[in-house]
Unconditional design. Structure first.
Length: 56
């Protein structure tokens, strides 16, 4: 699994989570700054292992 940081056609940045087979599992909101997208990815990598899974 990997994170990809992408610049959209409107010049904003987002990230997507991509499975090993190339399927996109999720994508983020758009960020004005690339650094904001990178920061969010780092936060997810650091904190997601302890995240609870709940039904909404």
């Amino acid at each position: 699994m990997r994170f990809e940081i992408v610049k959209s056609d409107n010049g904003k940045w987002f990230f997507r989570i991509v499975a090993q087979n190339g399927n996109v599992l999720a994508h983020s909101q758009q960020y004005t700054e690339k650094a904001s997208a990178k920061s969010t990815v780092e936060s997810i990598k650091k904190n997601a292992a302890d995240a609870d899974v709940v039904e909404a």
